[in-house]
Design a protein around this ligand. Structure first.
Ligand code: ADP
Length: 395
């Protein structure tokens, strides 16, 4: 069975074609600048040269067709016909309280994705466009929606509730949902396998441009740091993470800006970028800090401190922890960040094998010493494979 995985953003489309027989990637790629000048498809067939197509992509429909053409291309393709694709798995951000598991796309499912536009204004519209473009380009093929909220949807109600009047939960389903669910599900599941302990208590630190942290027992999520939207929790590239809501009112009043403008600032101009004033990219901010930029150093310190604080609270929530696993762009590739965070965790009996840690860049490795009371692990996330597995299960 071959599954095409689609991850549509507002102006981009990432894809992977995965052969489920051996879970190998046949090809992957990205369409960028959809709907803008300079659209480009970069197609990477496994074992063949990269293939770049610079062609106008006025909408996602055109982009999907170009992807299918590339996959079937005589020279750069990996399949002879689109008939070889069994199903398409789509990453979808938000399904409110309606779906907590991956589901076959129907008109009702599309309605739910549409009804959640205001909960995921950047992602849900693009996700729906991607689904509809695939339905049109490959009529009759099953499409599966895999929701980013799915893993966090099943946390206990005490962890999901905001302590605000209950009527808002009843009326609008205002609660904590959590995001990066596919990644947390995959990485916590793989950690449980690696530990060989079915009821393992695991904390997954997904630290990329977006960042979130989850606590799970036996692969079942018990708490996660993102909330109603992906703004809550850790300090991120451009997102603030936790703030006192009164900050919004204060700044709106003093700067004469609207709540929408303020949310835009919290989403796009805060985090590492906001504190450092340098960049949202971890590597740039780290370099600036090394070069003596004090705000960049402060941004780094705040970023790591927040992770350490969450690890402490999730250890309390689970009454213990067996493993702390780092994943995503920064988590997999930044030994300095992992060390600085582990330096806060001596009280848990965490002992890092510093030499091992220094040399791990994205390979699954235990980086704690054999004596460490808690295992510290680096484990690359693979959201596409997780989406493909969920899709294969349903079809
Ligand atoms: P997202 O999927 O949320 O866009 P990623 O998981 O790709 O993000 O992570 C992007 C982040 O990873 C950036 O801040 C980037 O600086 C960081 N990153 C990527 N490679 C490295 C590396 N080798 N060392 C340190 N940080 C890295």
């Amino acid at each position: 069975m071959k599954v095409l995985v689609m991850n549509c953003g507002s102006s981009s489309l990432k894809y992977q074609l995965i052969d489920m027989e051996n879970e190998s990637v046949l090809a992957k790629g990205i369409c960028e600048r959809i709907g803008a000048d300079g659209s480009v498809l970069t197609h990477k067939p496994t074992g063949k040269d990269k293939y770049v197509v610079e062609q106008a992509m006025p909408d996602h429909g055109v982009a999907v067709q170009l992807v299918l053409d590339a996959l079937q291309d005589k020279e750069h393709g990996v399949i002879e016909s689109a008939d070889e694709i069994t199903a398409i798995g789509h990453r979808v951000l938000h399904a409110g309280t309606i779906y907590s598991d991956a589901t076959l796309v129907t008109e009702d499912v599309k309605k739910v994705v549409r009804d959640c536009f205001d909960l995921g204004p950047l992602h849900n519209p693009a996700n729906l466009i991607g689904i509809e473009a695939c339905e049109k380009a490959m009529p009759g093929k099953p499409n599966v929606a895999v929701f980013d909220t799915a893993f966090g949807m099943n946390i206990p109600k005490k962890a999901a509730m905001y302590a605000i009047p209950y009527e808002y939960y009843e009326k609008y389903s205002i609660r904590r949902y959590g995001f990066h669910g596919t990644s947390h599900m995959f990485v916590s599941g793989e950690t449980v396998k690696l530990l060989g302990k079915e009821d393992a208590k695991v904390i997954v630190c997904h630290i990329g441009n977006g960042a979130s942290i989850s606590a799970s027992i036996g692969g079942k999520c018990v708490d996660t740091s993102m909330g109603l939207t992906p703004l809550e929790g850790l300090v991120m590239g451009t997102r603030s993470g936790d703030v006192d809501p009164a900050v919004l009112q204060f700044i709106c009043n003093h700067e004469d800006i609207s709540v929408d403008e303020m949310l835009n600032i919290l989403n796009k101009k805060s985090g590492l970028l906001g504190i450092s004033g340098v960049s949202s990219d971890f590597r740039d901010v780290r370099q600036a800090a090394v070069d003596g930029n004090e705000r960049a150093q402060l941004a780094m310190d705040t970023y790591k401190y927040r992770v350490a604080k969450y690890i402490g609270s999730y250890t309390a929530a689970m009454n213990g922890v067996d493993a702390i696993t780092f994943t995503a762009g920064v988590g997999e590739n930044a030994p300095d960040l992992r060390k600085d965070i582990c330096d806060y965790l001596g009280y848990l009996g965490v002992e890092l094998d510093e030499e091992k840690n220094e040399n791990v860049h994205g390979e699954t490795t235990v980086i704690s010493t054999p004596e460490s009371k808690v295992k510290v692990i680096v484990l690359p996330t693979n959201e596409e494979l997780a989406i493909a597995r969920e899709t294969a299960k349903l079809v």
